[in-house]
Design a protein around this ligand. Structure first.
Ligand SMILES: [Zn+2]
Length: 360
């Protein structure tokens, strides 16, 4: 039982029914803090029945946490919600938190020697992240230096494509400029590190990607991801099958586009989508952004059975997100038991590039 996840969910629910913005933010911040704790929260309970002080968690949230630690739930929150007209919406959001891991669970999965799947040491490079060229805050040099510090051989910078202006999608002119900068940096770092030229292309409603084949061919790694149609229950199997059978696409990024407690993402017959991806050789991403965790360990088992390749990526927008977000992706892969040989991030650079070439 993951009490960190349970308490964070209760605090989020409680935040939703607060009359004041200030209280709402307070409970939300407490929820975020509990989800990000390295240790199970019960380990912070002291012999005198009080909780060790946690930064960003105020007295009201502490009382809720103690309630859950002593009774297993929070009568305060349950009573408040059952009397609220927002109960249906809160119940709906609660259903959108399945198979999300707290940070404490992620670290436990990385430590647990009984699990199969990849270890941190086998991980050679991260294949989805954003830079200052689109909506990220990290420069290309930051990405290289962070990769070297993490012991990686390569990273791919995958800014948004021009079809997604809302996320700062890069024009082809700006992409050419980025490629010149990447060439200069790769020449400077030589054999110490390789920054790959990537893009996160957008999957349109009809399943086509928003870049021309000739444009895709200028890139080392193409991630294609859905950023629309993420709240409808309509079946989108055809859209996703078309995306994973598009020549030049390497990775299906955050396949569902779900968000923690807020949207369910794409509805599709995933067995079919994964079978098509396995046949065409497109890797299925486990996106490690804690609010995405997409696909998760549960759906990953379906992708293993379909014979898929996997990409475990951070989807980081800043350097401080790189390592912890990758941990989330690795944890899901370990819980699902994805064999390391099927994870493209565990391949040496030469093998990765050979495979990427074969998809062009
Ligand atoms: Zn995306």
């Amino acid at each position: 039982m993951d009490l960190n996840g349970k308490i964070a969910a209760l605090l989020r629910d409680f935040a939703a029914i607060q009359p004041s913005k200030q209280k709402m933010w307070g409970y939300k911040r407490a929820a975020r803090t509990v989800l990000a704790l390295d240790e199970p929260i019960e380990s912070l309970l002291q012999a005198d029945g009080t909780l060790k002080k946690i930064p960003n968690i105020g007295p009201a949230s502490t009382r809720i946490i103690l309630e859950v630690l002593t009774t297993g739930t929070s009568p305060t929150i349950e009573a408040a919600i059952s009397g609220s007209h927002q109960k249906p919406d809160i119940d709906r959001r609660g259903g959108l938190r399945a198979h999300f891991l707290s940070r404490a669970q992620v670290l436990e999965a990385l430590r647990d020697a009984t699990l199969g799947g990849p270890s941190r040491d086998e991980y050679r490079g991260d294949l989805q992240m954003h830079s200052t060229y689109s909506d990220g805050s990290q420069t290309l040099r930051d990405i290289i230096e962070a990769g070297i510090a993490l012991g990686y051989e390569y990273n791919a910078v995958t800014d948004h494509s021009y079809g997604l202006p809302i996320a700062g999608g890069v024009s082809m002119e700006r992409l050419a400029k980025q490629h010149r900068e990447i060439d200069r940096l790769n020449a400077e770092f030589g054999r110490r590190f390789r920054l790959l030229k990537g893009i996160e292309a957008n999957i349109r409603a009809d399943g086509s990607v928003d870049m021309a084949p000739g444009e895709l061919a200028t890139l080392d790694i193409v991630v294609a991801s859905p950023h629309s149609g993420l709240r409808t229950k309509d079946d989108q199997t055809r859209r996703m099958v078309r995306a994973v059978t598009t020549r030049g696409v390497h990775i299906l990024g955050h396949p569902r586009g779900r968000k923690y407690g807020s949207r369910p993402g794409v509805t599709a017959k995933w067995k079919k989508v994964f079978a098509a991806a396995a046949e065409s050789g497109v890797a299925i991403e486990i996106d490690g952004d804690p609010s995405r965790q997409d696909i998760d360990c549960d759906l990953a088992r379906t992708a293993i059975d379909a014979g898929c390749l996997f990409a475990l990526d951070s989807d980081a927008h800043s350097t401080r997100e790189l390592a912890p977000y990758t941990d989330v992706a690795i944890a899901h892969a370990r819980l699902a038991g994805v064999p390391s040989d099927r994870i493209i991030n565990c391949w040496p650079l030469a093998r990765l590039l050979r495979w990427a070439d074969s998809r062009r």
